[in-house]
Ligand binder design. Structure first.
Ligand code: ADP
Ligand code: MG
Ligand code: MG
Length: 878
């Protein structure tokens, strides 16, 4: 028995979408519900797939099944294809399973020919209409099926209009169109070297085949890639009787949405054109009229349409996007599908549908794409702008930034502090630039990828960033940015779109973020459902406040190193690093302590009693020191100028330390807890600063604090034990002196493979684990995340050696195993252990699904990712 490839419309239903495609299943479902649709049949997606696997040859039985389908349609309609008295005209429409609007091909009016055109004219009592259908058919068939260039037809049409002195197609008479059909036929035949078919039955077969082939056209490939639609699904083909919106003034065609797809408002939304066919509405040849006007022109069809819209929306329980045609006052529906919408509309529609009792909160949550929410959390470029971008880089941190170009972090810091709006432009950024980044509207770099320093820092602060913009030349000395012929000087206006990666050489208008009531309401449903806690990474009071505002339930990672980069702090830091004796070091550390304390007070106050996890100093010390070459030059210059002996000595010591601390692989060097093992004064000071801040906050009325102290980069329990001892002693002493006490938890990051592998031993001395998945990825895959995207990783992603960037979405297969194993081992020896993740993956929806499954207690991500993480965590349990 051969496979079944053809189904009559009345045999289909919405459930058969994988087989019949979205369009075929949608029309069948409407028929089932009693909505008027033209009759027809559907050739299945399987027929298309089978044809593709046979390199274009139709599988056995397909052709005869199409003929039988056609015969049944002819019997039902009382018409026949190519018949000169009662001709049947059909459309041949593509219909993918996942809708790809406008990507594939459709042919209308098939069946019109020299033999049938007169009968059509007579039946409609409209000569012009018949010839209009005919010329449309030749053009569509010629282009889509025979691959004839559109210009061939368009030029002939334009020439005719010029000759007749008319503006619009509708001004051409029946005779004009008759002439045009002759011209079109002649041109088509010429184009095909005499092989133009005029037989409708042959045309039907070729049209079906052309629709199969349109699955493989380049724009369809691009669309599928962009929307992650598999390439092997294939398309169905729908053969449907034509209904005519171009029969005269009581006929029309149009499109409508059951709600406003831009805002989500429950209001009339649509357009129509009287006396028009198919694509005329979207093609932009004539300006369509707003749907509201249809009530006056075609009142009966209008009311039927409104009722049908209501019916279909409540049937599908979602906003519908529909196509309709009115023929001689009678309404037909030609398509219905769930309407595409903006993020703002998605939230409003979801909320309204729940309020209307149509869907549950869980269903509403599942319909929202967490990544789409990003659009709403940031300022955006006013969509009405007409400017062309001058350059494009990676969309490294979402949102738009406008300001004056600045090429130096110090200049940015100085001007930003005065309240001026600046955009920092650097070849790449280093931690030294942080003060400039903080006050800038956004950051543009020529180098580095999505996980480069600039990108990570910018995302953390919710600042727009375009990274790795190739083709731009930055001359920091001259303070210029050159893109081809365009030169941007310091002070010139520039606009970045961190959501698209575009750069504009002028100041564009921005629109504010849209965190409105819909957003809050839908998020609150997510909170009811999710199991995972959502915390934020925040290093200062401003970020902490932002994190709270966006719903963070604590701070999962408070990095302390950023607190050392401030201009007032670096000198003390230098003293600490260059200290030669423990006493000297203690003296320097004592200077830093009150500053740290101050920062912590701000953060603890902002968090109002929610847990705060403070990570002790992590980066290699040399990151705080000046560059080797620069410092050498400085000392040289001071020597030449005979500088003050004391000053010179200080700079020389700094230089010596720069040399001494230089490491080939600093990320694998003296950093994290290794610093504290060598210089116990540092963790001691940090613990005291934390406790003094706690004490000071507790003095204020009604305040509480929950502190977790986190030790980074541990790979043996000995490191953690040593730190516990130092930190615990400092804590006890400080509390004792104050005569009060709160519980402080001490735990560790799991960010080295060894730590994950011996997690059971580490858990015995830890109150909590926080998976540092950035470093864990870096050390497990052996990829430097600061360099990878400049080199092979980009290539790996392009050639699909790797499916995803492991720094953006956790490598579940490899790194994920370490996480899952450490969770199990850790809980075994310490059932009380609390488990979280900090780092970029904490805000990535796919990774969040994995963390939920693995049984973590919470994720921590940058403040601006918090709402997305709340959504994703809810979707992970539904
Ligand atoms: P697309 O997927 O590009 O929207 P469609 O198959 O929906 O392509 O068809 C293109 C246009 O032709 C639409 O406006 C549709 O409503 C119209 N159309 C398709 N089939 C018919 C038909 N049988 N009668 C009248 N109009 C039709
Ligand atoms: Mg359509
Ligand atoms: Mg780390």
């Amino acid at each position: 028995m051969t496979d079944r490839y053809v189904y009559d419309l009345s045999e289909g239903s919405a459930e058969m979408k994988p087989l019949l495609g979205g369009k075929g299943a949608g029309v069948a479902e409407m028929k089932r519900l009693g909505v008027p649709v033209p009759d027809g049949f559907t050739v299945t997606t399987e027929a298309c797939v089978d044809t593709m696997t046979r390199k274009g040859e139709w599988p056995e039985g397909l052709e005869s099944q199409v003929w039988e389908g056609l015969k049944r349609l002819e019997e039902r309609t009382g018409r026949a294809l190519g018949d000169s008295t009662k001709p049947l005209l059909v459309s041949v429409r593509s219909g993918a399973v996942i809708s790809m609007p406008g990507m594939m091909d459709t042919i209308l009016n098939l069946g019109i020919s020299d033999d049938t055109v007169e009968a059509i004219a007579k039946e409609a009592d409209n000569e012009r209409f018949a010839w209009d259908c005919y010329r449309r058919f030749i053009q569509m068939y010629g282009e889509v099926v025979e691959g004839i260039d559109a210009h061939v037809y368009e030029d002939a049409l334009t020439a005719l209009k010029e000759q007749k002195g008319v503006e619009s197609d509708t001004d051409l008479s029946a005779d004009d169109l008759k002439g045009l059909v002759d011209t079109f036929k002649r041109l088509s035949n010429e184009q095909l070297g005499g092989n133009w078919t005029t037989d409708p039955r042959e045309q039907l077969m070729r049209a079906v085949d052309a629709v199969f082939r349109s699955w493989l056209n380049p724009r369809a490939f691009v669309y599928r890639k962009a929307n992650k639609i598999p390439d092997d699904l294939g398309t169905a083909v729908n053969v449907m009787q034509m209904v005519f919106g171009n029969r005269g003034d009581t006929s029309a065609t149009g499109v409508c949405f059951t709600r406003n797809p831009a805002t989500g408002a429950k209001e009339l939304y649509g357009e129509f054109l009287v006396n028009a066919q198919g694509e005329d509405v979207v093609a932009g040849i004539r300006t369509p009229r707003s749907l509201a006007e249809m009530e006056e022109v075609l009142p009966e069809a209008y009311h039927d349409l409104i009722n049908t819209m209501k019916k279909m929306e409540s049937h599908y329980r979602d906003m519908q996007d529909m196509e309709f045609t009115v023929e001689n006052g009678k309404l037909y529906l030609l398509q219905t599908r769930n309407g595409k919408r903006t993020a703002a509309a998605a939230l409003k529609v979801a909320r309204d549908l729940v309020d209307e009792g149509v869907i549950t909160k869980e269903e509403a949550l599942m319909r929202i794409e967490p990544a789409q929410l990003d659009q709403l959390l940031h300022e955006a470029i006013d969509p009405d702008h007409t400017e062309e971008p001058v350059a494009e880089g990676l969309p490294a941190s979402p949102g738009a930034a406008v300001g004056e170009a600045v090429f130096d972090a110090d200049v940015a810091a100085e001007r930003g502090a005065k309240g001026e709006k600046v955009v920092l432009i650097r070849f790449e950024t280093t931690p030294d630039d942080i003060h400039g980044v903080i006050v800038s509207q956004g950051v543009l770099t020529a180098h580095g990828g999505m996980t480069s320093h600039a990108a990570v820092v910018a995302r953390g602060m919710g600042k727009p960033c375009v990274a790795g913009a190739r083709g731009i030349k930055i001359d920091a000395k001259a303070a210029t940015l050159t893109i081809g012929d365009i030169v941007i000087h310091e002070g010139d206006m520039i606009t970045l779109d961190g959501s698209t990666g575009e750069v504009f050489a002028s100041g564009l208008k921005l629109i504010p973020p849209q965190i409105n009531e819909d957003f809050q309401e839908v998020l609150s449903w997510a909170d009811e459902v999710r199991r995972l806690g959502v915390e934020a990474n925040a290093d200062n009071a401003t970020d902490a406040a932002k994190a709270r505002e966006l719903g963070a339930e604590g701070i999962g990672l408070c990095r302390t190193e950023h607190m050392f980069f401030g201009a007032d702090r670096l000198p003390a830091m230098h003293e600490m690093i260059t200290a030669e004796t423990p006493e000297e070091r203690q003296a320097a550390v004592d200077k830093i302590l009150p500053m740290q304390q101050d920062d912590f007070e701000g953060i603890f106050t902002a968090m109002k009693g929610l847990p705060v996890t403070v990570r002790l100093l992590d980066p290699p010390l040399h990151e705080f020191l000046p560059n080797l070459v620069e410092q050498s030059l400085k000392v040289q210059k001071m020597e030449d100028q005979g500088a003050d002996a004391g000053e010179l000595d200080k700079e020389r010591r700094l230089l010596a330390q720069v040399k001494k601390l230089h490491e080939q692989n600093p990320m694998l060097g003296t950093r994290g807890c290794r610093l504290g093992m060598l210089y116990p004064e540092i963790p001691d000071m940090q613990a005291r600063a934390i406790i003094r801040a706690v004490l000071s906050v507790l003095k204020k009325e009604g305040e509480t604090v929950q502190i977790h102290i986190m030790i980074p980069l541990v790979f043996t329990p000995v490191e953690l034990e040593t730190h516990r001892r130092i930190v615990q002693q400092a804590i006890d002493e400080e509390f004792e002196a104050a005569g009060t006490k709160v519980d402080v938890k001490i735990g560790t990051m799991i960010e080295l493979p060894r730590a994950a592998l011996i997690a059971d031993k580490i858990a015995e001395v830890a109150d909590f684990f926080s998976f540092g998945t950035n470093d864990l990825t870096q050390t497990t895959l052996g990829i430097s995340r600061d360099d990878a995207e400049n080199g092979f990783l980009t290539e790996y992603l392009r050639t699909k050696v790797l499916k995803n960037n492991p720094f953006a979405s956790i490598d579940q297969e490899g790194v994920g195993q370490l996480v899952a194993g450490a969770v199990e081992k850790g809980r075994k020896t310490n059932p009380e252990l609390s488990l979280g993740v900090c780092g970029e993956h904490g805000g990535d929806p796919d990774s969040i699904h994995f963390f939920n499954k693995t049984g973590l207690d919470y994720v921590s991500c940058s403040p601006f990712r918090v709402p997305i993480a709340r959504f994703a965590a809810a979707q992970a349990v539904i």
